[in-house]
Ligand binder design. Structure first.
Ligand SMILES: *Cc1c(COP(=O)(O)O)cnc(C)c1O
Length: 380
């Protein structure tokens, strides 16, 4: 490792997860590669997912969509969060579908398409209960009426209608059925306004795997694509999913200290016995949440060893006890279990920090070099 720490991304795991999820859903999949592919590298993940059969790519912003296009990724792509003054012309020219939730945005998209002479591909978003983006049932009739008007004029084509779920990770939650019903109602209203969307989609990872009624034409998969259990149970293996990211580093300083030694700021931690402290060049700026101080551990010298004292911006200290640890010893912060090692999982880090695995993955900072293992390659 030439850098202090790296995130190794196993693209074979990504490809395997695409095939596994598709075999469950029986639908097309949209690989959600927003936030730089949940920190895994959007372009590399997109290519691996497409090769494995994903039909669509999903991103949040125009900048993310255009990054994919600039890298030569031409697959169908939906971008879904924009300001009203976004340069929609760029997205239209790049052949990116635009998620539209308000008439304000719809007018702007239609205005941008007019001089280009090509229709903008639009996917209208209904708010079925999440109260974020999407048009509520009250605003939906006006949105679909305007969309149909622009469609007749040739300025846009409504390719899709879609929505997003509130709590699909809690199977059996009554909200799910209410949202499916509200979504079907939005589809009906769109059709009676004259729209004929070829693509309807509602499910995220958790719904794709557990709720057939949410699958429609396409499932938008994020967290499961990266091999993380979308139900928070920390057991991706029960769905045949494989964790794609391993964050690893190596020890940069080792010291033997007596009992009563304070460790890191505060100190919050004082050693209870003579022990060996190993310094890791990773801190909260690299995505190890400060809130996990006092709970987290890493894989070092064939064991799980606790991080002791406060996680600092750039560094943290591991109590290696009496294990033989030298400068340069390899450390796995989190990653999939291998034959001879069971490092912490992303889900465990999330629990230690009181957050979700998504936040851990997207929080891995820019100092952690991404290293992609291409298909058929193996972790060395
Ligand atoms: C992030 C996101 C997804 C992916 O959700 P997961 O639970 O990670 O599968 C799907 N749809 C939308 C609109 C999203 O923002």
């Amino acid at each position: 490792m030439s850098t202090l720490a790296e995130a190794v991304v196993d693209l074979t795991a990504i490809a395997s997860n695409v095939r596994t999820i598709a075999s469950v859903t029986g639908t097309d999949l949209m690989a959600v590669v927003k936030a730089d592919g949940f920190g895994h590298g959007a372009v590399q993940v997109a290519r691996a997912a497409l090769r494995a059969g994903a039909a669509w790519l999903g991103v949040t912003s125009a900048a993310e969509a255009l990054t994919l296009r600039a890298a030569g990724v031409t697959a169908p792509t939906l971008s879904w969060l924009h300001g009203p003054t976004e340069d929609f012309g760029k997205l239209i020219n790049a052949g990116v579908d635009v998620g539209v939730s308000t008439t304000t945005h719809l007018h702007a998209v239609a205005d941008a398409a007019r001089p280009l002479g090509v229709p903008a591909m639009v996917q209208l978003k209904a708010d079925t209960g999440l109260s974020r983006n999407g048009a509520t049932g009250t605003d939906w009739p006006e949105l679909v009426a305007w969309a149909r008007k622009y469609e007749r004029e040739g300025g846009i084509r409504v390719r899709g209608v879609w929505s997003h779920l509130v709590d699909a990770d809690l199977p059996g939650a009554p909200q799910l059925h209410r949202q499916v019903a509200a979504f079907e109602e939005a589809l009906r209203a769109g059709r009676s306004a004259g729209l004929d969307p070829e693509l309807t989609h509602l499910a995220n990872s958790a719904a794709a795997l557990s709720a057939p009624a949410t699958r429609f034409d396409l499932c938008r998969v994020g967290i499961a694509l990266y091999g993380v259990d979308p139900f928070g149970a920390g057991d991706p293996g029960r769905y045949g999913l494989r964790a794609a990211m391993t964050v690893r580093t190596s020890v940069v300083n080792v010291k033997r200290v007596p009992a009563g030694t304070g460790v890191s700021y505060g100190p919050d931690h004082v050693t209870g016995a003579p022990t060996t402290l190993a310094l890791l060049p990773l801190g909260y700026a690299d995505g190890l949440p400060r809130a996990a101080s006092g709970s987290a551990s890493v894989w070092l010298a064939g064991r799980r060893c606790p991080i002791v004292g406060r996680i600092a911006m750039d560094q943290c200290v591991v109590d290696a006890g009496d294990l033989p640890v030298a400068i340069g010893a390899p450390v796995v912060v989190f990653g999939p279990a291998e034959d001879d090692q069971s490092p912490p999982t992303v889900a465990e880090w999330a629990r230690w920090a009181g957050t979700n695995p998504h936040e851990i993955l997207t929080g891995i900072g820019p100092r952690v070099a991404r290293h992609h293992l291409h298909e058929r390659a193996r972790v060395s």
